[in-house]
Design a binder for this molecule. Structure first.
Ligand SMILES: Cc1ncc(COP(=O)(O)O)c(C=O)c1O
Ligand SMILES: N[C@@H](CCCC[NH3+])C(=O)O
Length: 449
């Protein structure tokens, strides 16, 4: 089932996560509320670590893809787990540095890194930059005129592998904005340029085929393509890769009927392919980098909403409106993503088919199209499973929604990771026509009559 590992029901039917009844958390922190289960996060990291230790005799590293969800507290937890971090913007990098995440364990991605972002990466002495295109190499060339500092780089190759996932989540097929093409010679020219730049140290090759990918075969194919390319580069320039990464993207379960993705099988497939390909190429075993985001954090998080208006359209549909929606979870609108929902304040036979919608001014603001629940009533709490990845990370202030509070639960304790956004946070950016300073403050209203 797609719920965090510690999920149970207590004697009164309340949903319990990390040893705490969800209604108790809601009483303290309000709704919409995102709850992360520490035990699940650590278990997911552990599953990857154990599989790598079991299947890969060479060196390896696990890199958490921060785009799935980032917060200071989470990064501190992941640093304890020995994870590396993939960031994809100056903002993510700044947050990681502020969290005290070891800079040497940070990798910078992106298909249009700015000069400022690359400068920040150099100044912070991060672990590596994954070079995506020649424009980026132009910027690096310019930045390196002013510094002696060495920067480790990987070359992001487009492996020409079409993963079976939503079109918006594919990244490794030919027609993608990401990565250097092998066919056009762009990838080999990038290698040649990097080798000619004294400030850059070529560590190896990287590919990422997409996200929410269930099959493991496309990863084997991507690794083979990376090695084919590496052999060409060895023949042309005499360089042997110290590192190979087929990225991240392993799927998670959102619905009970989804297959349960097998981290061990995924790692074994990649590890076996790397070993075979390295043997065939006559290379020593490279460092194997894996970059999971969703499969670390997705299953650990749930979203909790309060039910408000309920609208029955006889013979058509029952709409159950909750106090969040597409501003905190755009995935159903963007990818037709489907979720599992349950009542969190009480249990009972799931007898009613409803459509759970948000409160925003869009007909597409649907969280779950076809949830089966006990008869819902205003005031009930609805929990959505597997909401840990790409919900908060993609949240917006649409309709001036305030971002939800986020907590971490561990053995009966709740830690606030991110407080609920306040109207003051939003107003702080506003400048009135008649003032040069941000002086806009919430209006003081008289106490209610
Ligand atoms: C380069 C790169 N690595 C890793 C990931 C992580 O993917 P996922 O969260 O699906 O594991 C992504 C996102 O798709 C990515 O673009
Ligand atoms: N944000 C996406 C996937 C893209 C991952 C980042 N390249 C999702 O929610 O499924």
């Amino acid at each position: 089932m797609p719920w965090p590992k510690t999920t149970t029901r207590d004697a009164t039917g309340q949903l319990v996560i990390g040893g705490i009844p969800v209604p108790q958390l809601v009483a303290e922190f309000g709704t919409p509320l995102y709850i992360y289960d520490e035990a699940t996060i650590r278990a997911q990291c552990g599953a990857y670590r154990e599989a790598l230790a079991r299947h890969y005799p060479g060196p390896w590293r696990l890199v958490y893809a921060g785009k799935a969800y980032l917060s200071v507290g989470l990064l501190q937890l992941l640093a304890e787990e020995g994870m590396w971090l993939d960031v994809v913007s100056g903002g993510e990098l700044q947050l990681a540095l502020a969290a005290g995440f070891p800079p040497g364990r940070i990798i910078l991605h992106g298909n249009n890194k700015s000069e400022d972002e690359l400068r920040l990466a150099l100044q912070a002495r991060i672990g590596a930059v994954v070079v995506d295109n020649h424009y980026e190499l132009d910027l690096l060339e310019r930045l390196h005129r002013d510094t002696e500092q060495q920067l480790s780089v990987l070359v992001r190759v487009n492996p020409g592998v079409d993963a079976h996932t939503h079109a918006y989540r594919k990244t490794g097929h030919l027609d993608s904005k990401f990565g250097l093409l092998i066919e056009t010679g762009d990838a080999s020219r990038a290698v040649q340029r990097i080798l000619g730049m004294p400030g850059l140290r070529l560590r190896g090759y990287h590919a990422h085929i997409g996200s929410q990918v269930f099959e493991v075969e496309p990863y084997a194919l991507a690794v083979e393509r990376l090695f084919d390319f590496a052999r060409e580069m060895a023949a042309q320039f005499g360089v042997v890769p110290e590192e190979i990464s087929p990225g991240g993207g392993l799927a998670i379960q959102y619905l009970p009927e989804d297959p349960v993705p097998d981290i061990d099988l995924f790692v074994r497939t990649v590890a076996d392919t790397v070993q075979r390909a390295a043997r065939e190429a006559g290379f020593p075993l490279p460092l194997l980098g894996l970059e999971p985001g969703r499969s670390i954090i997705g299953p650990a998080g749930i979203a909790v909403y309060r039910v408000g208006a309920i609208k029955e359209i006889p013979g058509v549909r029952r709409y159950v409106s909750v106090d969040g929606g597409m501003a905190d979870n755009i995935r159903p609108a963007l990818y037709q993503a489907r979720y599992t929902a349950a009542l969190a304040n009480r249990d009972g036979p799931a007898v009613t088919r409803v459509t759970i919608v948000g409160k925003y001014c869009e007909s597409g603001d649907v969280l779950v199209n076809d949830a089966t629940l006990p008869e819902p009533r205003p005031g009930d709490l609805v929990a959505i499973a597997a909401a840990g990845a790409y919900c908060l990370a993609m949240a917006s202030n649409y309709n001036l929604a305030l971002r939800p509070a986020v907590i971490l639960v561990r053995e009966g304790q709740a830690l606030l990771l991110q407080r609920r956004e306040r109207i003051e946070d939003v107003l702080r950016r506003e400048f009135g026509l008649h003032s040069s300073a941000a002086t806009v403050a919430p209006v003081e209203l008289p106490a209610s009559p």
